[in-house]
Design a protein around this ligand. Structure first.
Ligand code: FNR
Length: 342
């Protein structure tokens, strides 16, 4: 198997990966996963139209790079130098030209590009994106070929399996010819939900048929401890494994020496959220998904009432840390503005 590690290209062989998750995989969660041992971290899916509307800004205050939507000034993608060798940006697209343009917009700040070919949501399907591409292989291949030609970094795609194992293998062979560096496979069909068993034997057959790395996905229900990740890798015969829901609940699943207690994970998450000034609704959403039914406790009730990052930090004894950081950031922003005016 060809691995490009020696020329400093991201290599997808023998890796444990944070799978893409909308609203969860913003910068704090990606950094947390890297802290705990993930080898590669995917962003949430970002739609091509939106990326193309962005301009790039070096944020001196946060030491981050921000991609800002020109139409509404929102930060669409925030990244930093620490994650650059490991971050893969996932694009939602239905068009080769737009996909290539979107990939070029972010190319200099990411290690890889992924094309979402598995999202079963109405929004994606109606727009011809996500899993719609599974049923339009010519379009899927045209998108991958266009992106592979447009950028110098590796390109991957993430798919769901089809009803039939042979059809799925044939589709993957077709996708592999475009020059993608790896294929991520969620072992459920577009109609199947997380309660359905993951079709690990489909992933195994694909892995045996392709000569590029295959990344197994869909195993979270059976992944409770680190060793389960290795079991999933062995059962699917894959090069690499990609984890979503188990990591969403407790990101320390990536730690080889065992998971951490949830409140420690929340505090570690909050440090990154404060350091990169992550917006409060997004930070709250991520913590809510970690807390699950703990939200019914007194601390959970106070958490649900919180509206600012400061209030959330107060609940996990990080109030002073947040106050001091925000004070420093405001000072730096003031200085930056002052320099710009003079
Ligand atoms: C997802 N998933 C997903 N997949 C994708 O390709 N792009 C995305 O943006 C998202 N967003 C997303 C959000 C949330 C909250 C969840 C739980 C899942 C699907 C995910 O990457 C993965 O394929 C499935 O969850 C199956 O893997 P696990 O959960 O069994 O490890």
């Amino acid at each position: 198997m060809v691995c490009m590690e020696n020329i400093k290209q991201l290599c997808y062989d023998n890796k444990i990966i944070l799978a893409p998750m909308v609203r969860i995989n913003t910068l704090p969660m990606r950094l947390l996963a890297l802290d705990y041992g993930a080898d590669i971290v995917y962003t949430e899916e970002l739609i091509d139209h939106r990326l193309i509307r962005c301009y790039r800004k070096v944020n001196e205050t946060l030491q981050s790079i921000d991609y800002i939507d020109k139409s509404d000034a929102t930060v669409v993608f925030r990244t930093c130098s620490r994650e650059k060798p490991y971050v893969v940006l996932q694009i939602g697209t239905s068009d080769p030209e737009r996909a290539a343009k979107a990939a070029q917009v972010v190319e200099q700040d990411v290690a890889g590009i992924d094309i979402n070919m598995g999202c079963p949501k109405d929004f994606s399907l109606k727009g011809g994106m996500g899993a719609a591409l599974l049923f339009n292989p010519d379009k899927a291949c045209a998108i991958l070929s266009a992106v592979v030609s447009a950028v110098k970094i590796p390109v991957t795609c993430k798919i769901r399996v089809l009803e039939d194992i042979d059809d799925t293998v044939a589709l993957c062979k077709k996708l592999a010819v475009t020059g993608v560096a790896a294929i991520g496979i969620h072992g459920r069909t577009i109609k199947e939900r997380p309660i359905h068993p993951n079709r690990n034997h489909f992933i195994k057959a694909i892995s045996e048929a392709l000569n590029i790395p295959v990344i197994a996905n869909g195993g979270s229900k059976e992944i409770k401890v680190f060793e389960d990740i290795i079991k999933f890798k062995n059962v699917t015969g894959c090069s690499s494994v990609m984890i979503a829901r188990t990591a969403e609940k407790n990101c320390s699943i990536f730690k080889k020496d065992g998971k951490l207690e949830l409140f420690t994970v929340i505090r570690d998450y909050l440090h990154h959220a404060v350091d990169y000034d992550n917006v409060a609704p997004n930070s709250k959403y991520c913590i809510q998904n970690m807390l699950q039914n703990i939200q019914e406790t007194e601390q959970g009730r106070l958490f649900l009432e919180s509206t600012s990052l400061q209030q959330i930090c107060d609940l996990w004894e990080l109030g002073d840390y947040c106050r001091q950081k925000q004070k420093k950031m405001n000072y730096l922003r003031f200085e930056e503005r002052d320099v710009a005016c003079n």
